[in-house]
Design a protein around this ligand. Structure first.
Ligand SMILES: Nc1ncnc2c1ncn2[C@@H]1O[C@H](COP(=O)(O)OP(=O)(O)OP(=O)(O)O)[C@@H](O)[C@H]1O
Length: 300
C-alpha cells in the first residue's frame, strides 16, 4: 500500500516550548487517520507542517512522496484543508460560497450540487453563512475543502464545539468522505470519535506521539480485563467465581459483576445457565490506554 504522508523527526519550537517533538507519522492511502490528544498537545501544529503552511524547525514531511516546504504548489490541488476556525466570504449563501471556491479552483459547477448533497445542506443552499448553525457551518467548510476533489483531506477538530447530535451527524459525512476512497486525516480531542471513525490512531501528548495503531489493537494491547454485568438472582457470586475463565465475581446493588480476561468461556457458561438476559459486557477504552501510557487521566 502506498503511503501518502510520511513525516520523520518533525520538530516545532515556540521559544522554550517544544510544541511538536520528533513526530513520525505514516499514513497509507485510503486510511482514516486520527491524531488524538488533549488541548495543546500539538495536533494543529503537526497538521500545519504536513499541509505545508508552517515551516518545521527540524525533520521532514513527504506528501505523495514530495516535499511540502518551501510551499510546493504541485501538491495543493491534491489536498483539501479545513482549518480549525472557518472563515467564509461575507454575506454569501451556501451555494454562492461554493461557487466562489469552485471558480478559484476552476472546477465545474456541477460539483457544487454534489458537495451540497454530500454534506446534507440541500435545504440551506440559499441561506447566508451567518445564519447557519455551528454544525452547518462545519459542513459547509468541509464542502469547501472538497470542492476540487482532493485525494487527501485534513480536518482540524471539525466537531469541536458541536452538540452531541450534531457531532454524530457529522460523523456520517466524514465516513462518506473516506468511503469515496479519500485519505482522511482528522485531529480530535474526543476519544469516542477517534475510536469510532479511525482506522489508525496516533495518540499525541505534549508534542510527542505516544503510540500509533488501530483502535482495537490499542485497547486490546492493554491486556485489560473485561467486566460482565449480570442481574442478581441468576447465580450467586460464589458460583460465578467458579466458572471457567472468571478472575473475580462480586455482588453489589442487585448486579453481579464478573471480571475476566477470557470472556468467551464465561459467556458460554452464562448462556448454559440461561443468564444472558440484560447482560452487559464492557472492555477497556482509549481513556485507559492514555492512562496507561502517561500515568494521567485523560482531560481533553
Ligand atoms: N504561534 C504560536 N506561538 C506560540 N505558541 C504556540 C503557537 N501555536 C501553538 N502554540 C503552542 O504550542 C502548543 C501546541 O499547540 P497546538 O495548537 O498545536 O495544539 P493542539 O493539540 O492543536 O491544541 P488544540 O486542540 O487546543 O487546538 C500549545 O502549547 C500552544 O499554546
Amino acid at each position: 500500500m502506498t503511503n501518502v504522508i510520511e513525516t520523520r523527526g518533525l520538530v516545532k519550537r515556540y521559544g522554550d516550548l517544544t510544541a511538536v517533538d520528533h513526530v513520525d507519522i505514516t499514513v497509507p492511502q485510503g486510511t482514516f487517520f486520527g491524531l488524538l490528544g488533549p488541548n495543546g498537545a500539538g495536533k494543529t501544529t503537526t497538521l500545519e507542517m504536513i499541509e505545508g503552511i508552517r515551516e518545521p524547525d527540524e525533520g521532514d514531511v513527504r506528501l505523495f512522496g514530495e516535499k511540502v516546504w518551501p510551499r510546493n504548489r504541485a501538491v495543493l490541488p491534491r489536498i483539501g484543508v479545513q482549518l480549525q476556525a472557518s472563515a467564509f466570504f461575507e454575506r454569501l449563501s451556501v451555494e454562492e460560497q461554493l461557487r466562489c471556491f469552485a471558480d478559484l479552483y476552476a472546477v465545474d459547477h456541477k460539483q457544487i450540487d454534489r458537495m451540497i448533497e454530500m454534506v446534507g445542506l440541500q435545504e440551506k443552499r440559499k441561506t447566508r453563512t451567518e445564519d447557519l448553525s455551528g454544525g452547518q457551518k462545519q459542513r459547509l467548510s468541509i464542502a469547501c475543502s472538497l470542492i476540487h476533489d482532493p485525494e487527501v483531506v485534513f480536518l482540524d477538530e471539525p466537531t469541536a464545539a458541536l452538540d452531541p447530535q450534531a457531532r454524530r451527524n457529522l460523523w456520517d459525512v466524514l465516513r462518506a468522505i473516506n468511503d469515496e476512497g479519500r485519505t482522511v486525516v482528522l485531529t480530535t480531542h474526543y476519544m469516542d470519535e477517534a475510536e469510532i471513525l479511525c482506522d489508525q490512531i496516533a495518540i499525541i501528548d505534549r508534542g510527542q506521539i505516544l503510540t500509533t495503531d488501530t483502535p482495537r489493537n490499542l485497547i486490546t494491547g492493554l491486556g485489560s480485563a473485561y467486566r460482565i454485568l449480570v442481574s442478581e438472582g441468576v447465580l450467586s457470586d460464589q458460583e460465578a467465581a467458579a466458572l471457567p475463565g472468571v478472575d473475580s465475581a462480586s455482588l453489589s446493588d442487585g448486579t453481579l459483576a464478573i471480571t475476566t480476561h477470557t470472556p468467551s468461556p464465561v459467556l458460554a457458561a452464562l448462556a448454559e445457565r440461561d443468564a444472558l438476559q440484560g447482560l452487559q459486557v464492557t472492555g477497556a477504552t482509549l481513556e485507559d490506554v492514555f492512562l496507561t501510557l502517561t500515568g494521567r487521566e485523560y482531560r481533553a
